[in-house]
Design a protein around this ligand. Sequence first.
Ligand code: PXP
Length: 263
Amino acid sequence: MSAEENSKLKGGTRKLRLGVNIDHIATVRNARGGEHPDPVAGAYAAIRAGADGITAHLREDRRHITDDDMERLQMLCDSENIPLNMEIAAVEDMVEIAKRLKPHAVCLVPEKREERTTEGGLDVAALHNTITPIVRELTENGARVSLFIEADEKQIRAAASSGAPVIEIHTGAYAHALDDGDEKKAAKILKAMQNGARLGTELGLEVHAGHGITFDNVGDIAVIPELYELNIGHFIIGEAIFLGLEEAISEMLRCMDDAREKS
Ligand code: PXP
């Protein structure tokens, strides 16, 4: 782990890394075709603003990020020495693309064509026999593999036994419960995420979290001590309309650091 990754905040808490997901810059570009706004230029601006990594999801229907974007992102991240986290479905075609591109990290996510965004975590417990060889293949090819899962004991144990070194806990249900004003449900999910991060760490996994994170809900997630990284996309790109991308990222980093410093 680099010195930067290991850096400490006031009070000695470990600083959380921020992976910025730039998919929705491509969504805006694709609304009109053409090349503007370019997600790779967005990734460059995100790196300048302090992103610790870039995340992009190459979906099977290519609704936002394209193969060409992914190749250019890999070149950019290589030259900037910044980790690229490529999200893919656990299917052969995508695994082959990831093996050819060789991003720093590959995050396996569930994918349905009809969904608007990733809904729920990967059912690693049910798909263990499919996921485990993919984890091995990608790991042997040099990627740090993470599995996007719910904060559920069965899923966390299955992820650990698949050989993946990293899990990303799905925070979307927590964000939705808060949006719906269902504080009881949100508190229950938060507790599950806290327990899940602890269990994952005990099992030797590095624990990340992401989905639906905003300035308002990031605090209670960021203070979970076992977390190493948050992956945030839609809110940051949306907020960039009002603040600019660099300020939206700086403000998110401030929210994360403030929450951890106070914890
Ligand atoms: N993590 C994973 C695994 C995802 O699939 C996504 C959405 O692409 C995110 C994080 C980011 O979610 P959001 O765009 O809601 O911040």
